[in-house]
Unconditional design. Structure first.
Lengths: 221, 221, 221, 221
DNA sequence: AATGAATGAGTCTTCATTCAT
DNA sequence: AATGAATGAAGACTCATTCAT
């Protein structure tokens, strides 16, 4: 229904705004439930009821912690993205200083927990399959990949320099990121044909090939 | 080749011919309109109204030619898939006998019309983003890729034999297919970062790397 | 849910837009049902279900003929307003040329059908009680009264000139309009205390008093 | 006089005193906040959250002091009505003994503080616009007007006797009350067209006209 | 064969109320 | 006494499907 414009006068200071601990917890509960629900039913198939049931709360609760369904879904996907990104970063740091080792660490991280799980891949595929038609999802998607590729690109450049070869690091990073993404979406839809272990192996191989002298993407091609 | 977009020149309400001919044509009209609608609004965002309006018919018409919305959408995606497959096959045949040439021809075909168009990629992404949660879509997806990979695998084996190298042709085919799919979904969501020409270049490069002695996936690794 | 922006390409001409007779009829049905429903339950108390049931249709029908509940309610109130205005105009025309006769005719028209009915007064009161908080309703309200007062003001001026007295015609018209409105809202809430016949009598009397020499609102006071 | 708006200076969370005193004060706080909220959002648009926020308390507090939302709203409107009535009574008393002076004092009181304020008029209009559909509101409305008219009627009779003219005092009082109410609702929805000062002037004029010999409502007409 | 009118199920959202702390 | 977390009912809206013309 149409609402009048707020002609605010004499409003007292709004009652507390600080997310009060429990609020943070509930938002987290709902985000997690949303991730699981998206994984189970797809981005379009998920309903508020499903999420709340999954979280163990009543339907109306969502309104207390999120502006609406979209807001929650977006936050859930953002959180999942950040989890994946964090897992990669941790893997990189744990791999030592060598750029080539770090690249292989990213590959491993991309196909094993905590950066890779059935739910995470499913939500990622849901994101992929919706980003084209939703500006907000698209923004999440782009930001994540662009940052990711920048990191990979840097590692590629370092690894190439170290080995004394000249490569198109950006193109290498693009191949790297898209091969992983290709395996993710392929695995989500057909985990039999797109075996996880073989996918990882193929990615390791790609790194090796890209960093082989006179074989990888020559700078200035 | 018959692409979905080619039909855009079809006139509304064509003059009547044989009843059966009309039926075939109507189904075709609706399928094409469905493809365009999915490309425009996403798989979940498309409505019967949109499709019928896009096709130039009234809402109720769909019931005369399809069991329902899902039936139409499935057919539309199936048709799109077959168009893409046909384009690849034609490209392969046109490339001559050499298996390596044929692989490069598939790459070219994967990033240029008639096997590659904005609508086709969009619908493909819609398929990818829904296949996990729809048995029917999953079946379409799997059948297509499995057949595709079988063909690529065969070409990989032939090319390797020809060059006297031993490779894991299945793994090579898997990498090939998933890199292309990775580029497709990346391009759909971020065509700026995932440039079409560079994507194609990266795929050509992958073929070359895979078929390089002592670099590609060694059989028995 | 979030929807993508419409990237229209190749859209065919939309299928017919002409309100097809039956559409006009249904809109009318729904408008009438809305007026009755508002009269029965108040502006805020009315629901889409009530209106559709009152009209004898299913809940979903409203979406075919109106943008939504607000749209329908607005149209209904607008239509009611115009009915009242038309009734007044007809009464004025039927009253002959004399401006004083015409003013009395407006009074009569304001308290007898077709310009006055329980439903019309109820809807008017609903409008009065919501206009302050709804820009759209306010616009309807203002337009109607301003036009109304302009007409009354003109008649007042003519009647005064005819009788050779100088009055503040605008103030007279304002008094006239607000006395009638006061009686309407009073009658709606307490028809026993605010008797229709006595209300009409009081309004006739106001006209006479306003047009009495040396008693009414002197111009330039 | 106690007006609804005067309370706006009350501090949030006053220091505790006697339990009963606190309870009285809380009820008062909530009543005042309800009046302001109704004025701001309309009778139907007001929510418990709004009122509690306006009062500076948490949502749940209302349950401690009122049976529910309706109970609070009713009390708030009742309080506002009584404020207005009290303002009129005070004005009458302050005007001296002359009945005609007293009537003019009521007019003045009806268009100036503390009997007239934007919030009070707004809440009054909310009452007018809901009374027809709510037995409780209707009762408040009727009681108030009936008492009011009885007082005006008495003054009218006295003033007429004093001046030696015979009038229909009830009808005069009805005109008086409904003209004022008409101006109130008109001013609420269109304060530009229904100017406060001109409204007051028109009401003073009505009193004079009603009390003019051979012009006003003759007893026995 | 084609239309578009009508239906009703499904979903999101709002919000008064309850209640444990 | 006060808070705000949680519930669940109610209502608006969308849209696939049916069907009379």
């Amino acid at each position: 229904m149409e609402t009048a414009t707020r002609t605010s006068t004499r409003r007292r200071r709004p009652v507390r705004r600080k997310p009060s601990g429990i609020a943070i917890e509930r938002r987290q509960d709902l985000r997690d439930a949303a991730v699981r629900s998206i994984a189970k039913h797809g981005y379009a198939g998920v309903t508020v009821s499903m999420i709340c049931e999954e979280a163990g709360f009543s339907r109306g609760l969502i309104g207390h912690y999120f502006k609406g369904k979209d807001d929650l879904l977006l936050e859930a996907i953002r959180a999942m993205s950040m989890d994946v990104a964090r897992a990669n970063q941790a893997a990189v740091r744990a791999a030592g200083k060598d750029p080539r080792d770090r690249l292989h660490a990213v590959v491993r991280s991309s196909f094993s927990p905590p950066g890779f799980s059935a739910d995470q891949v499913a939500v990622w595929v849901a994101l992929v399959g919706s980003a084209r038609w939703s500006p907000s999802l698209r923004a999440i998607y782009r930001d994540l990949w662009r940052g990711y590729r920048a990191g990979i690109s840097k590692l590629m450049r370092q690894a190439a320099e170290q080995r004394g070869i000249a490569i198109d690091a950006e193109l290498a990073a693009l191949s790297f990121s898209q091969l992983i993404e290709g395996f993710w979406v392929g695995w989500a839809a057909d985990p039999v044909a797109v075996d996880r272990a073989r996918a990882e192996k193929a990615c390791h191989l790609l790194v090796d090939m890209l960093l082989s002298p006179a074989v990888g993407p020559q700078a200035g091609d």
